[in-house]
Design a protein around this ligand. Structure first.
Ligand code: DX5
Ligand code: ZN
Length: 220
């Protein structure tokens, strides 16, 4: 069952980290559903961003749910810290550990919503068994590590596969698409079955943020 409304999750990776707290405060007026926080460790991906300390320091600036996208190795070692810091949804990569079940169970045990992310080079078949166990299934439409990359159209088939499987199972798992999302590619992702659009560059570098968010939301 596709949701009636498209969820919008701006990724703060494209924002000015020196202004982060003020940015998050401003986001209160954007009518968005989640704030997407990209955590990178320099091992799982060739870039380093922020950790739980920064997340806890911006937590009091908003009530909007924090969706923390962990692009780190051995995520099970850190999920508790990210939840204690204020993450409402924690997404781990299926490629980060041999079996993501341990991390997913820990996330739920500590009271957050659990998500699994899949890289462009990973087959849907190898991860479909996680679908009934997660709240969010995040399809990467770029190779993770950096914002501002070009949307990979090949990822749309994975979105379709996930949509079919979720509908077959009748579960509530939300399909999110992350990477290179703008008004045009957002529409393609939603047409393929996405429920949520993660967008960094398209929102933060937009001349009219509210208008861009509105257009992204109207992707359906
Ligand atoms: C990439 C991150 C994305 C990124 C998206 O590794 O997971 O969330 O911030 O940025 P844009 O929208 O610029 O592709
Ligand atoms: Zn992300």
């Amino acid at each position: 069952m596709t949701r009636k409304r498209v969820f919008i999750a701006p990724s703060i990776l494209a924002s000015d980290f020196g202004e982060l707290r003020n940015t998050v405060k401003k986001m209160n007026g954007w009518g968005i559903d989640r704030i997407h926080i990209d955590v990178m460790d320099g091992h799982f991906v060739p870039n380093i961003t922020i950790g739980p300390q920064v997340i806890s320091s911006i937590r009091s600036a908003t009530d909007i749910p924090f969706e923390t996208h962990l692009m780190i190795e051995e995520p099970h070692r850190y999920v508790k810290e990210f939840i204690d810091a204020g993450s409402d949804i924690v997404i781990v990569h299926c490629e980060a550990e041999r079996n993501a079940t341990k991390s997913l169970n820990l996330i739920k045990r500590y009271g957050a919503y659990a998500g699994i992310a899949i890289n462009p080079d990973t087959d849907f078949e190898s991860v479909k068994h996680y679908l009934p166990k997660v709240d969010t299934f995040l399809v990467m439409s770029v190779h993770p590590g950096f914002g501002g990359q070009k949307f990979m159209k090949e990822s749309l088939s994975k979105v379709k596969q996930a949509r079919n499987r979720i509908d077959q199972l009748g579960c509530e798992t939300l399909i999110s698409v992350d990477g290179g999302i703008d008004v045009k590619t957002g529409r393609m992702a939603v047409a393929a079955g996405a429920d949520e659009l993660v967008a960094g560059t398209a929102i933060f570098k937009s001349r009219n943020v509210l208008a861009t968010i509105k257009k992204l939301r109207e992707s359906r």
